[in-house]
Design a protein around this ligand. Structure first.
Ligand code: GLY
Length: 312
């Protein structure tokens, strides 16, 4: 039994480990751990008080995958509800679908009885958003931004690759050997409205298969979508590579991506035996893990596989 998470999962990992300790399922552990991260206003990359899109609206992406059945649920560009991971799980449990986005996701969240959260931003975070649009826009321009027809231009000016990286990943394996992976994010700060990253895309930011292992990504989601990073890693495990070989191969695949926009990618992974690994293209990154016999999590450095950045 084990829980592995990105470092910003520290606030939720004990709750997830406690569920495993009490004999609960990996799916319950992952959902419980991520909900605490989503509720944390200090984390600007996930849930409440996450950095908004270019219009100043918080749009959440999340997914959950059950490695026993390969059942999955995901939501993208969810507005007005805090716990995107719970709505993703409800998609998995209640619908014959895998992914709901936008108005349909919000509508479903309401139908499932999730409490609405009309204001997702603290005032200081709204100020950070507005400050990013200055000095190119004045207050009147910012107030009118929703009616603009040139948002693509402003997204290029306002997006900050340094803020494209956050997300939370949880992977749990329960006492029956079942693996679950969950991912939740507010996505790329100042993104174009409706932009989805890798977090709600099964195979890109999230993949779990009891027979081989699981992987989840944080970083620039567009890269993980293009390289199918989470699925690739699990596929390499299926082909017989070790966890280290599979993780390194999934990272080096990203080096082959062309185009103008290449930034940071990070992943965590486990194999079917509960061995864990964390990788990053950046120095100094860490991940955490906790087994039920541990009183608190341990933080470990991620192995670095450099990916030369390109921007614009
Ligand atoms: N990895 C999160 C995102 O790109 O939205």
């Amino acid at each position: 039994m084990i829980v592995v998470a990105s470092s910003n999962g520290r606030i939720g990992i004990e709750a997830a480990a406690q569920i495993l300790r009490q004999g609960g399922t990996a799916v319950d552990a992952v959902e419980a751990g991520i909900r605490l991260v989503e509720a944390n206003p200090e984390d600007h990359t996930v849930g409440y008080n996450g950095y908004p899109n270019i219009l100043g609206e918080v749009e959440l992406d999340a997914s959950i995958m059950n490695g026993r059945t390969l059942e999955s649920g995901a939501v993208g560009a969810l507005k007005g509800y805090l716990h995107a991971i719970t709505v993703a799980r409800q998609v998995m449990d209640k619908l014959p679908h895998v992914l709901l986005v936008g108005d349909g996701a919000s509508r479903f969240a309401a139908e499932m009885g999730n409490p609405p959260q009309p204001e997702m931003l603290l005032p200081e975070t709204r100020t950070t958003w507005a400050d990013r649009l200055r000095p190119d826009m004045n207050d009147a321009d910012i107030a009118q931004i929703a009616s603009r027809t040139d948002l693509a231009h402003w997204v290029e000016l306002a997006t900050d690759p340094e803020r494209a990286k956050g997300t939370v990943n949880f992977i749990a394996q329960d006492r029956d050997g079942n693996i679950c992976t969950g991912v939740s994010t507010s996505g790329w700060a100042w993104k174009y409205p409706g932009r989805l990253g890798d977090s709600p895309i099964i195979g890109a930011g999230n993949y779990a298969d009891n027979r081989y292992g699981a992987a989840a990504c944080t970083g620039m989601g567009e890269m993980a979508i293009r390289a199918s990073t989470a699925h690739s890693l699990v596929f390499y495990l299926k082909m017989g590579l070790s966890l280290a070989e599979a993780s390194e191969r999934a990272m080096t695949d990203l080096c082959d991506l062309g185009g103008r926009f290449i930034s940071v990618m990070n992943l965590i992974a486990i194999d079917k035996d509960g061995n864990h690994a964390g990788y990053s293209s950046d120095n100094g990154r860490t991940y955490i893990y906790q087994t039920p016999d541990m009183a608190e999590c341990e933080e470990l450095p991620r192995i670095v596989v450099p990916i030369p950045p390109r921007w614009g």
